[in-house]
Design a protein around this ligand. Structure first.
Ligand SMILES: *Cc1c(COP(=O)(O)O)cnc(C)c1O
Length: 425
């Protein structure tokens, strides 16, 4: 692929050249993130530059978010158009861009109707609220319970961090939200047992919220038979099947949605990260039970505004027009083949390579000290941005416009980082 990237020439940029001061930043910004010691200020395509002028190949893409990379002309055009035309009005009124984006999502998925918000956590919150109301009004359950999977990730709000069945994210935030129950991922017996155990008195399972491929939990693809049995159980019991497609959806997996790899369709699914190509937007899409929410029952001030929807629509149209899915498929194959070669060459270091399309993980052996963070640090020093997914998995989620040459460059840098990190450790 070859694309001309827009180079912005701002008339007054508050970030003056070489003015970045890390200590001043840390004084002013709350310390919720462990940050790598670089400050990024510019990007084009799959490359970004830091405040010292160093170039990096970006295999993080804002964590599976910058679908079209940085400064893609279609996004620059859409952002410019939308800010000049209309950027925000309330959902008190009809918003044409919101309708167009909803129509695109409905046309390109199993879904029938869309609710818009601003992030993945908010999309999951909407799904959780919908599932509870469905439990009360359709299944007649006084205390509806939502099943989620161990190692899942659904967000950081109180309800979504409760849904996220990983103690490290929940520690010190109790009391958590009631109404969630956790089961192991890809284990159908555990689901069947939980449903029958929880079906007692006023309690019962109303929904299963699950990722088709666990992203944060270590890039773990769902098992086809497991998901097909989940679908069957939900069809038989009326339990809602909700897929969290926030990370794996929107063409990242080589198909438009992760569920297409599993041969099952959800009743509800959520999208965010890649949907706006890096502009904040989230969506909950329903296939069944589209009318559970009545006017006034759920809302978002920013959700579905003309700016976010106009830009997201241009991202979606570009995915179609530039045949991005074919690139994801080809570059994903190239990347996995290269990572598998590295795994074969260093079997004492690498235990597994897995993923779909351009969401891939390389897992380090459990019995060595080396962590994913160790390798990522060295890769960054060598000009390649990577991100861990848990303790032992290095994640590869580049922009979906990544080129053959860039994948080759990244593979070389990964091998060098592994050599360097094992030499040190
Ligand atoms: C990132 C992520 C979320 C949370 O999205 P935010 O936009 O950070 O709230 C939820 N689910 C999955 C699967 C994610 O990867």
């Amino acid at each position: 692929m070859s694309i001309e990237f827009a180079t912005l020439q701002p008339t007054s940029d508050p970030i003056a050249a070489n003015s970045f001061d890390k200590d001043e930043f840390d004084q002013a910004v709350m310390s919720t993130y462990g940050r790598y010691q670089i400050a990024l200020e510019r990007g084009a395509g799959s490359r970004v530059w830091d405040t010292e002028g160093r170039e990096y190949l970006d295999f993080v893409a804002g964590i599976a978010t910058c679908t079209l990379g940085h400064a893609h002309p279609a996004m620059v055009e859409a952002v410019t158009r939308q800010i000049q035309k209309l950027h925000h009005v309330s959902n008190l009124y009809y918003i044409p861009e919101q309708g167009e984006l909803a129509k695109w999502l409905v046309r390109n998925s199993c879904g029938d109707r869309v609710f818009f918000c601003n992030s993945g956590a908010e999309a999951n919150e909407a799904a959780i609220k919908l599932a509870r109301k469905y439990g009360h009004t359709v299944l007649d359950i006084e205390h509806p319970i939502i099943l989620t999977a161990h190692s899942s990730f659904h967000g950081r709000t109180l309800a979504t961090v409760t849904a996220t069945a990983q103690p490290k994210y929940q520690k010190n935030f109790s009391p958590l939200v009631p109404g969630f129950h956790y089961v192991p991922y890809n284990d159908i017996n555990a689901v069947e047992e939980a449903i029958s155990e929880l079906d007692e008195g006023d309690y019962g399972v109303a929904a299963i919220l699950i990722e088709p491929l666990q992203g944060e939990g270590g890039v773990r693809p769902g098992d086809v038979t497991y998901f097909q049995k989940l679908r069957k159980i939900c069809d038989e019991t009326g339990i809602l099947l909700i897929f969290d497609e926030v990370q794996v959806g929107m063409a990242r997996s080589g198909r438009m949605w992760g569920y297409e790899h599993l041969g099952v369709e959800p009743d509800i699914f959520t999208s965010a990260k890649g949907l706006g190509g890096g502009i904040p937007i989230g969506a909950m899409i329903s296939k069944k039970f589209c009318d559970i929410f009545q006017p006034g029952e759920h809302a978002s001030t920013f959700g579905g505004n003309p700016f976010a929807c106009g830009v997201a629509l241009s991202v979606c149209q570009t995915i179609e027009k530039e045949n991005i899915l074919a690139n994801v498929e080809a570059r994903g194959k190239q990347l996995r083949a290269g990572l598998q070669q590295i795994a074969a060459k260093y079997p004492h270091v690498v235990s597994d390579v897995r993923g779909w399309g351009l969401i891939n993980g390389l897992e380090l052996q459990a019995d060595i000290q080396l962590t994913a963070a160790d390798v990522v640090k060295i890769a960054i020093d060598n000009g390649l941005l990577l991100v861990p997914a848990g303790l032992k998995v290095i994640r590869f989620v580049p922009p979906l416009i990544i080129t053959e040459q860039e994948v080759a460059t990244a593979l070389e840098a990964v091998e060098n980082a592994i050599i360097a990190s094992t030499a040190v450790g």
